[in-house]
Structure formats: structure tokens, C-alpha cells
Design a protein around this ligand. Structure first.
Ligand code: FAD
Length: 298
């Protein structure tokens, strides 16, 4: 459904779908996202913003995306604790002109550094992994305030982490949100969870002295608790391991990890182009489909 063009054009216009998506995003506008961010920042959490969109077809659209993030970063400059930004390279034109996409990413990395924000590269489907890593390697040469997402369901991720390690990278480890074939990815949930734990512990060792910034992007509190116990046994301080969750999902758990001493942050997605992203959120948890359908009822 995430890839269906007819649904992408029609579903977002239906009132029930618009009501349902508000569970995962505070609204379509930057002002609505900012209001949600203020509340989280006051509660002591960090905030990351994603202006939704991906796989653009015109380079001129990528320029609009860059202009939007510039407005966001200008506003971040006035914030006591600057929100960070997280974006997809296909939103900057990777499919159309990779050099232009790199130039856009570099421009935003520079501005993010100037205002003490931080630029994260989301990881998209497996066909984009190599190109996303290559862009990050180039960016990180100049901009320390940049990070990249790695996916635990991919068989290549342990090797990718070793490859990035000499750069003192910032890593967000997630399970992975795309439907990948077993040639490249682990398919069973138990296997993905086990690999997440193995990778998180490997990364936590590297984060021990602060050279690597490690964030764990998951709502799986049982898995986080196992990782917390293992890192405690290794003597790794809690403030070296950040816990990041998506806005609207398990906020009470985010607060609980914050109280336990882990730096926490919430990733707020907003914007009009929410269709493909929302389909991935539904696919992660079938109960969400029931929730969405219930919005059809008066
Ligand atoms: C900060 C952050 C950034 C991310 N960035 C990327 C990225 O760049 N690339 C990428 O491929 N993926 C990304 N993801 C998504 C990730 O790959 C997973 O698809 C997603 O986090 C669901 O897996 P989980 O780790 O929460 O574990 P799961 O085992 O799927 O879920 C654990 C529990 O969390 C709750 N939960 C999980 N998902 C939902 C949901 N949608 N609705 C309601 N409850 C839910 C449920 O209670 C579930 O039992 C990101 C996730 C986070 C938190």
C-alpha cells in the first residue's frame, strides 16, 4: 500500500484517514510540530524534526525541501535547546541527481552546525544503503554534527558499522521499516531483535569514551531493558546511550527511560506528504489498522 500511487493520491483526502494520522503526528504545519516540540523540550526530552516526503520526482521540489529546513533551522537558532533534523536523501533529490542531493545535504549540515543543531540521515530501503553511507562518509569529513541511521534487520549492518567507526560517527540503530527480501535482511522478528541487541552492545562499547554518539531508535522497552542491563554490567554509563522514539508512540516509556538516566528524544514527523510514512507505521503494528478504521465511525 505504501507504494500504491492511486491510494497515495486519494487516501490522504479522506477525513477518517486525516483523523487517524494525527495519532502519529501533531499536524501538517511547522507551527503544530513546534508546539508539540515545546512540550517535549519542557519535559526534558530532546526533539528531532522530519518534514515528511521521499522519492521526489523534480529537483525543484528538493529545493523547496531545503528552503523549508532552512526556515526550521533559523527558528532552531532562537531555541534554548536546538531541535535536531532527520531527513531522507531521496527527499533531497538522490534519485534524480546524486551530486545535487549531496550539495543540499552539505548545505543543511553546515547550517545545522552553525545553530548547534544536528543533521541525521534516515536510512531508506536497501537499494539506497550504499549511497546513503557514501554521502555520510563525505559529510562527516567536515561536519561532526551529522549522524546516520543503520538498520538491524540488514545482514550488512555490522560490517557497515565497522566501516564507519574510524569516522567517530553518530549512529541511530533501528530495527528497519521496509519490506526487504531475505537475500539482504533477517525476516524473523526474533532474529532482528537478537541482531539489534548484538549491534547495540558493539556500538555501546565504541560509545563508552564519547567518540561515537549512539542512539537506539526503538519502542521495544523489553529489548531496551536487556541492553541496559548488559551495558550496566560492562560499566558503560547510561548517559552514553540515547533512547529515541517516534512522536505518539509509547511516550510513557520514553519518560521512564529518561527518569532512569538515559538521554531521550522524540522524533516528530509532520507535513502534507504523510501517506507512505503512515503506511509503514500501520504495517509495524496491525492494531494500528483497527485504530485507523475505527476513525470511520461517528
Ligand atoms: C527515532 C526513530 C527513527 C527511525 N528512523 C528510521 C529510519 O531512518 N529508517 C528505518 O528503516 N526505520 C526507522 N525507524 C523505524 C524502525 O525501523 C521500526 O520500524 C519502528 O521503530 C518499529 O520497531 P520497534 O523497534 O519499535 O520494535 P517493534 O518490535 O516493532 O515494536 C515494539 C513495541 O513498540 C510499539 N510500537 C512499535 N511500532 C509501533 C507503531 N507503529 N504504532 C504503535 N505502537 C508501536 C508496540 O507496542 C510494539 O509492541 C525509526 C524509529 C525510531 C523510533
Amino acid at each position: 500500500m505504501a507504494r500504491n500511487a492511486w491510494l497515495r493520491d486519494h487516501l490522504p483526502r479522506l477525513p477518517f484517514a486525516r483523523r487517524a494520522v494525527l495519532r502519529f503526528m501533531p499536524g501538517e504545519s511547522l507551527d503544530e510540530a513546534w508546539a508539540a516540540a515545546d512540550r517535549l523540550l519542557q519535559d526534558g526530552h530532546g526533539v528531532l524534526f522530519t518534514h515528511l516526503g521521499e522519492n521526489l520526482e523534480r529537483l525543484s521540489d528538493a529545493e523547496l525541501v531545503v528552503a523549508h529546513y532552512h526556515r526550521l533551522l533559523d527558528r532552531a537558532a532562537t531555541s534554548r535547546r536546538a531541535p535536531e533534523i532527520s531527513l531522507k536523501l531521496t527527499q533531497l533529490g538522490l534519485d534524480i541527481d546524486p551530486e545535487a542531493a549531496f550539495a543540499h545535504a552539505e548545505e543543511l549540515a553546515r547550517r545545522a552546525s552553525e545553530v548547534a543543531s544536528f543533521l541525521w540521515l534516515d536510512m531508506e530501503a536497501s537499494a539506497y544503503v550504499e549511497r546513503t553511507l557514501a554521502v555520510y562518509e563525505r559529510l562527516r569529513q567536515t561536519y561532526p554534527r551529522t549522524g546516520i541511521c543503520l538498520q538491524a534487520y540488514l545482514k550488512r549492518t555490522a560490517a557497515d558499522f565497522q566501516r564507519l567507526l574510524p569516522l567517530d560517527p553518530a549512529i541511530r540503530l533501528v530495527k528497519g521499516a521496509y519490506d526487504e527480501p531475505e537475500t539482504v535482511a533477517l525476516r524473523a522478528k526474533a532474529e532482528v531483535d537478537a541482531n539489534f541487541q548484538t549491534l547495540a552492545l558493539l556500538m555501546a562499547d565504541a560509545a563508552r569514551d564519547g567518540k561515537v554518539r549512539l542512539t537506539l531508535g526503538t519502542h521495544d522497552s523489553a529489548l531496551l531493558a536487556r541492553i541496559a542491563a548488559a551495558t550496566r554490567a560492562k560499566g558503560i554509563s547510561r548517559d552514553r546511550i540515547e533512547v529515541h522514539m517516534l512522536y505518539g508512540i509509547r511516550e510513557s516509556e520514553l519518560r521512564r527511560f529518561g527518569r532512569a538516566g538515559f538521554p531521550t528524544a522524540s522524533l516528530i514527523s509532520y507535513g502534507e506528504a504523510w501517506y507512505a510514512w503512515y503506511m509503514r507505521r500501520l504495517a509495524e503494528r496491525p492494531a494500528n489498522v483497527v485504530f485507523a478504521l475505527r476513525q470511520l465511525l461517528p
